[in-house]
Design a protein around this ligand. Structure first.
Ligand SMILES: *[C@@H]1O[C@H](CO)[C@@H](O)[C@H](O)[C@H]1NC(C)=O
Ligand SMILES: *[C@@H]1O[C@H](CO)[C@@H](O)[C@H](O)[C@H]1NC(C)=O
Ligand SMILES: *[C@@H]1O[C@H](CO)[C@@H](O)[C@H](O)[C@H]1NC(C)=O
Ligand SMILES: *[C@@H]1O[C@H](CO)[C@@H](O)[C@H](O)[C@H]1NC(C)=O
Ligand SMILES: *[C@@H]1O[C@H](CO)[C@@H](O)[C@H](O)[C@H]1NC(C)=O
Ligand SMILES: *[C@@H]1O[C@H](CO)[C@@H](O)[C@H](O)[C@H]1NC(C)=O
Length: 229
């Protein structure tokens, strides 16, 4: 065989092998993780939510609502879960009269559900979807996602206690905390250091380029003091 034939054969083997690994173009462990996540959300919302996320072995999770995969590795690189507001009539019929907001606010963040998505670059959880986090499963655990650059937690109900967790995610480039409760619910100044506690400061995010803190009832003169390097 000539060199070019050998090269051709190798390329063919690589091509076929790649197709084999990339069964149905979605990694099994990632589909499993996403289905586990859906299970966790379903608990709080309703049955038709995230209906494109099929519990089907041949279902390509890269095609699911809110998922973006890398074109080369087929790994999930973006995950977006936005809880849609439903009308009052819908509320009464589908949720049998239960007040929606109470149901949505039952969803607690559990970082372990997200860490199998190792190549995740952007995690978008905007809009009254999260109430807080499960004990020992806070956002600090996302530091295992070394490629995570974008985190959108806008429109949730987080207060300053989230800063301690977020300060442990040095890969972040963009953090959206608009429409939360960072500035309210406390008499002390923003960024005030309680004796023996630095926990209400956002620090160590050396790569951060975008920080959105709009609509948090912040008092201007205190904002910068909490954003330390
Ligand atoms: C599984 O998904 C594939 C592709 O989306 C579809 O063709 C097939 O009918 C599904 N099977 C079941 C049992 O839902
Ligand atoms: C993947 O390729 C499609 C089609 O070329 C493109 O529209 C899309 O933006 C690409 N996705 C990523 C994550 O690069
Ligand atoms: C709606 O509420 C009624 C009365 O409380 C109950 O009997 C029924 O099972 C509920 N339906 C659903 C779908 O939860
Ligand atoms: C958080 O998620 C992990 C992984 O699915 C699970 O093992 C654990 O029980 C969950 N924690 C709670 C408190 O629900
Ligand atoms: C801030 O949020 C944490 C976690 O959700 C909660 O335990 C705490 O009570 C909140 N603090 C205030 C002042 O609202
Ligand atoms: C942050 O989120 C809000 C609400 O979802 C959006 O309007 C705003 O544009 C976002 N900020 C940035 C910098 O993307």
């Amino acid at each position: 065989m000539t060199n070019s034939k050998i090269l051709y054969l190798w390329l063919l083997i690589l091509f076929v092998a790649n197709g084999w690994w990339c069964c149905y173009c979605c990694w099994n462990e990632e589909r499993t993780a996403l289905l586990q996540l859906k299970e966790n959300i379903k608990y709080s919302i309703g049955n038709d939510y995230l209906s494109s996320w099929g519990a089907n072995e041949t279902s390509d999770c890269c095609q699911w609502e809110g998922i973006v995969c890398s074109n080369t590795t087929r790994r999930v690189i973006e995950l977006s879960i936005a809880v849609k507001k439903i009308s009052q009539e819908e509320q009464l019929s589908t949720l049998n009269g239960t007040y929606t907001d109470d149901i949505l606010r039952n969803w607690l963040f559990n970082a372990s559900l997200f860490v199998p998505l190792k190549n995740l670059k952007a995690l978008l959880l905007p809009g009254h979807s999260l109430a807080g986090w499960v004990k020992n499963e806070g956002f600090e655990k996302l530091r295992r996602l070394r490629k995570l650059e974008v985190l959108d937690l806008s429109g949730n109900s987080f207060n300053r206690s989230i800063f301690e967790s977020l300060s442990q995610l040095p890969s972040l480039k963009s953090l959206n905390l608009s429409h939360n409760q960072i500035g309210s619910g406390s008499n002390i100044g923003f960024g005030y250091n309680k004796p023996g506690s630095g926990s209400e400061r956002l620090s160590g995010l050396d790569k951060l380029e975008i920080l959105d803190l709009n609509y948090n009832n912040l008092e201007d003169e205190n904002v910068l003091s909490a954003l330390v390097k």
